[in-house]
Design a protein around this ligand. Sequence first.
Ligand SMILES: CC(C)(COP(=O)(O)OP(=O)(O)OC[C@H]1O[C@@H](n2cnc3c(N)ncnc32)[C@H](O)[C@@H]1OP(=O)(O)O)[C@@H](O)C(=O)NCCC(=O)NCCS
Length: 125
Amino acid sequence: MNIERIDYKKALELKSLEKESIDFKFYPNCQYIGAFEDGRLVGMVAWQMVGQSLRLKSDCVLPAFRKRGVYSKLWVAREKATEGIRRASDTAFCTAMSLGMYLSKGFVKGKTNKYGITFVKRSVK
Ligand SMILES: CC(C)(COP(=O)(O)OP(=O)(O)OC[C@H]1O[C@@H](n2cnc3c(N)ncnc32)[C@H](O)[C@@H]1OP(=O)(O)O)[C@@H](O)C(=O)NCCC(=O)NCCS
């Protein structure tokens, strides 16, 4: 598997995952990392600054490639890519499928909306 930066246009190749609550709107300050299997984009993670927070977003892997650690590798790559960014906190809106990952990384649960999306946050020192 290859992990590398991708642009918004490439990220749109995963648009089938919009039905799983992934946001595919264009944000000029959003950055993406993709995971490739045999040259095919199979997953991604993204981030953008929102005020003083680093918003982690668009975490997704195509169904046929799940449960083999693709997301875990993308998570590590994003931590590395963002470690130098000065911010007060990291935040995300999680589905039930990614909540476990966020909680294991020190995020604290906030409110869950009627669609089952939970706001999570961790402070950054
Ligand atoms: C959430 C999501 C990105 C996870 O992707 P993934 O590549 O399957 O994630 P991983 O394989 O790294 O980890 C998922 C699980 O597989 C397990 N796993 C990892 N490697 C494994 C392996 N080789 N064999 C068996 N299980 C494995 C992990 O322990 C983890 O278990 P858990 O869910 O009980 O914690 C994916 O399910 C997805 O795209 N969901 C739909 C979109 C979504 O909800 N995104 C979150 C938006 S905030």
